[in-house]
Design a protein around this ligand. Structure first.
Ligand SMILES: *Cc1c(COP(=O)(O)O)cnc(C)c1O
Length: 400
């Protein structure tokens, strides 16, 4: 058989996705990331980026990126273990370790090109400590796909615990005989916007001698008075914490980092394949990130977080929903569960006709029957822009 049979299988699978309203499409954006974007030549008001503080197109960050390229060049040229580990990466790692040090004793940090890679490295690296029989991973039901893929690379048994259910987790931990125990969770759940009970999770980890891996992709920069994220929000400090923050969301640039006890980081450097076998990110990005962390930590970050909190409140108080359901969330992620894929797409398209960009999220990203509009708010939005969205959604809910 030739390539014909392969192509016809692909065609059939694509047709199936189309029939189920699961085909995805990408839109071409022809402007910087901001509330107003040019999409296919049309000006749209966007409520879909994870640029929660509006730093992705901040003049200081843009200047720092250009300056970083002038100082360090465009590319790193090699992996970190060969010759790609630039002074810019070192400065970034030191800055991030210092930033998180109130929460992580003996903190050291390790930078990655993406959060996806960082999660693969944490899970594959830490489960390779003592071999498969010695390791057990306890994973929150709604964890991000990158953590799930990390567990596919991991050695050792994986047990899933229900969403935010620390009682079930406790029962599972009590029965576990493995030597290395890893509890792994998103801090802010990316499709729901609610927050994991990290304080109770950490107590359980202390009682049952486990590590707590926190994926703070949607918390770093946004949560906590000075933007240190979920650990600051809960006031946690422990050597058991293995913290992963991403730098392409609130930090507005790209990349990610793991912050943990010095020895844990040293192990990842030595043994985590997703860290070792990939080209280091551009040092210019690391340089730009120094300036966005400066913004996050300072008065401007504080102002932006306060404005964002105000917008979240305005959005929640303004909606008048009957059949659709606003998910209980205090964060910038404000999903509205609509139900069927078809209905979610219809609402998203109706908003698009009014120049409002709100994506419909469908299975497998969320559970069957819970297709939703995922509204994300940003400190870059104005109150007026949020009101425009609220009015449009209220109007559609009444008419569809
Ligand atoms: C976005 C995200 C990631 C992946 O981070 P990237 O830097 O985009 O690869 C990991 N975990 C969660 C919860 C995320 O939302």
């Amino acid at each position: 058989m030739g390539a014909d049979s392969l192509l016809s299988d692909v065609q059939q699978s694509l047709d199936l996705l189309r029939d189920q309203q699961l085909l995805r499409s990408r839109r071409e954006v022809d402007s910087p990331c901001s509330p107003h974007v040019l999409v296919n030549g049309r000006d749209m008001l966007a409520f879909c980026s994870n640029d929660y503080l509006g730093l992705a197109a901040h003049p200081l960050v843009i200047d720092a990126l250009a300056e970083g390229a002038r100082i360090y060049g465009a590319g790193s040229g090699a992996s970190h273990m060969v010759s790609g580990h630039s002074r810019a990466h070192v400065l970034l790692e030191e800055r991030l370790a210092g930033f998180l040090s109130p929460h992580v004793p003996s903190a050291r940090s390790l930078s990655f090109s993406t959060g996806y890679m960082a999660n693969l490295a944490i899970l594959s690296g830490l489960t390779a400590l003592k071999g498969a029989d010695h390791t057990a991973v306890f994973s929150e039901e709604l964890n991000h796909a990158s953590l799930i893929d990390g567990m596919r690379l991991a050695r050792g048994a994986v047990t899933v615990y229900p969403h935010r259910d620390t009682r079930t987790l406790e029962r599972q931990l009590a029965q576990c005989t493995a030597r290395t125990r890893l509890v792994v969770t998103d801090s802010v759940f990316s499709m729901d916007g609610d927050v994991a009970p990290l304080d109770r999770l950490l107590s359980l980890c202390q009682r049952y001698d486990a590590w707590l891996i926190v994926d703070d992709a949607h918390g770093f920069g946004v949560l906590g008075g000075s933007g240190r994220g979920a650990l600051e929000h809960f006031g946690l400090r422990s050597e058991r914490l293995i913290y992963m923050g991403t730098l392409g969301k609130a930090a507005g640039v790209a990349g990610a980092f793991v912050c943990a006890h010095d020895l844990v980081i040293e192990w990842l450097v030595q043994r985590a394949r997703p860290y070792i076998y990939t080209t280091a990110a551009s040092p210019a990005l690391a340089h730009a990130l120094l300036s966005s962390i400066q913004l996050i930590e300072g008065a401007e970050g504080r102002r932006r977080r306060a404005h964002l909190a105000q917008l979240v409140k305005q959005f929640r108080e303004g909606l008048r929903l009957s059949s659709w359901k606003l998910v209980a969330s205090d964060t910038a992620i404000q999903p509205i569960v609509v139900g069927s894929n078809e209905q979610a797409l219809r609402v998203s398209m109706a908003l698009e006709q009014q120049g409002l960009w709100v994506p419909a999220i469908r299975p497998p990203t969320v559970a069957e029957g819970t297709a939703r509009l995922r509204v994300t708010l940003s400190a870059g939005h104005t109150g007026q822009q949020v009101q425009t969205l609220v009015d449009a959604i209220n109007h559609l809910q009444a008419s569809l």
